[in-house]
Design a binder for this molecule. Structure first.
Ligand code: ZN
Length: 440
């Protein structure tokens, strides 16, 4: 696609991704449990998935796979039997990983287990207690302020027992054993942008790529945050070492500008590819340096792995008011935002797929391009000038040491134009590929 912004079918694709977000939205996910399994089942309708079950108690580097958590129902009732909090209305009402509980408490005791968001009094916050056994409820400040000073019956019908951590991979073999890793988290309950947008875009990117002849092999991970990437890395050091490029995809359905966070390496090919794509996207965007905070790039970029894995998002986590609240819902995420995110990711993938290095076969002075019909060989009127420049840049820079991305960066031309120029020159025998981008 290169500099062609329009992707055929992008709006239908946006609708399909949004449909998946809608289907996944009601499911109560956590870092383990049936919510993750159900989510992977639904994703598996779109792409071939292999699902893995890792037993609780498994040691993974400095961590231990936790007990499995499942929940059937939860509520708080006032003395008249009225549910003042009801899990059935929103799964955010229960602190994720709450231990089972059934007792009667005073408002003061209940208050020690209640979380609200006073700055957004109508929203329910999202809270977890994965690694400290406790129970709790989340509710809107508005409703909490109406609770009377009386006794409440609390019930969390949940189980926290030895079980499994569930994750899935979609592996797409390419011509090379070198891999492109795409990772998204599947551990949040009814939050649309934080986790469901990433799942949807990753799934449809995998589906799209599964129909293509690929240079790299692609490994899509659908994993619970933190413990999932740690578990995967602990069990897949060999596969991890084959990672040539990688992206964590998270928070890609909101209206915010695109945000790319560099890998720990800082200027890995995937970092340069994403930056190039965003620079030429014509859309508002920002590029952030690596920091050891955020999503699973923290684990992929830990010094013992130091993988070239960056993160692609729209609004960064924690920097939009709806983040980790009930307002991260099906209104925040829109089909067109999902589609735009898909387009940027696909452009970066296509860039690394075609980022070959060439040698000019006629390096002493310029070859005569007019005689070969190359000046008008490719492109429409609009990019004729860019194409002519690209032909000269590619011929000049291709000495076997500079990739097409190097040339795009140095010339200021968009990668797609540079690539088309290289293809045209190669067809006329004026270029020879020295490091294979496309062993066709
Ligand atoms: Zn989150």
């Amino acid at each position: 696609m290169g500099d062609d912004h329009a992707v055929p079918g992008a709006s239908e694709l946006g609708q399909e991704m949004y449909q998946l977000v809608t289907e996944l939205y009601p499911i109560c996910r956590s870092i383990t449990g049936d919510g993750v399994r159900r989510t992977l089942e639904l994703v598996g309708r779109h792409v071939p998935l292999e699902t893995f079950e890792v037993p609780s108690g498994t040691q993974v580097f400095d961590w231990t796979v936790p007990k499995e958590w499942n929940i059937a129902d939860a509520w708080v009732k006032d003395p008249r039997g009225e549910r003042v909090i009801d899990f059935g209305e929103s799964n955010l009402h229960v602190v994720s990983y709450s231990t089972p509980v059934r007792m009667t408490v005073s408002l003061a005791e209940l208050g020690e287990h209640l979380f609200t968001l006073p700055e957004h009094p109508e929203w329910i916050p999202y809270r977890t207690s994965y690694y400290r056994e406790d129970w709790g409820f989340c509710m809107s400040e508005d409703r909490r302020s109406r609770l009377k000073d009386e006794d409440y019956e609390v019930c969390i019908d949940a189980s926290l027992e030895a079980g499994h951590l569930t994750y899935a991979e979609c592996f797409l073999p390419g011509r090379s054993e070198e891999e492109f890793l795409v990772s998204c988290h599947v551990c949040h309950p009814s939050l649309a942008n934080d986790n469901l947008s990433g799942i949807a875009v990753a799934s449809f990117l995998a589906r799209h790529l599964s129909r293509l002849d690929l240079r790299y092999s692609y490994r899509f991970l659908f994993i619970p945050g933190t413990i999932g990437s740690i578990t995967w890395l602990a069990h897949n050091e060999t596969a991890a070492a084959r990672t040539a490029h990688g992206l964590v995809v998270a928070g890609v359905g909101d209206p915010g500008p695109f945000t790319y966070k560099r890998s720990r390496q800082g200027s890995a090919e995937v970092d340069r590819a994403m930056c190039h794509v965003l620079e030429h996207s014509g859309s508002p965007h920002q590029v952030a340096d690596f920091s050891p905070y955020g999503y699973d790039e923290r684990q992929f970029c830990s010094p013992g792995f130091d993988l070239p894995v960056g993160r692609f998002s729209r609004s960064p986590h924690g920097e939009y008011p709806e983040y980790h609240t009930s307002d991260d819902d099906l209104d925040l995420v829109r089909p067109e935002h999902l589609a735009e995110s898909f387009i940027q990711l696909l452009a970066a993938v296509e860039l690394v797929e075609h980022n070959g290095t060439y040698a000019n076969t006629n390096p002493k002075c310029e070859p005569q391009l007019g005689r070969r019909g190359l000046y008008k060989a490719v492109g429409g009127q609009a990019d004729q000038e860019a194409m002519q420049l690209a032909l000269l840049w590619v011929l000049n820079q291709s000495d076997g040491s500079r990739s097409l991305l190097d040339i795009a960066e140095r010339s200021g031309l968009v990668f797609g134009t540079v690539r088309r120029a290289a293809d045209a020159l190669a067809e006329h025998g004026l270029l020879e590929e020295t490091s294979p981008a496309s062993q066709r």
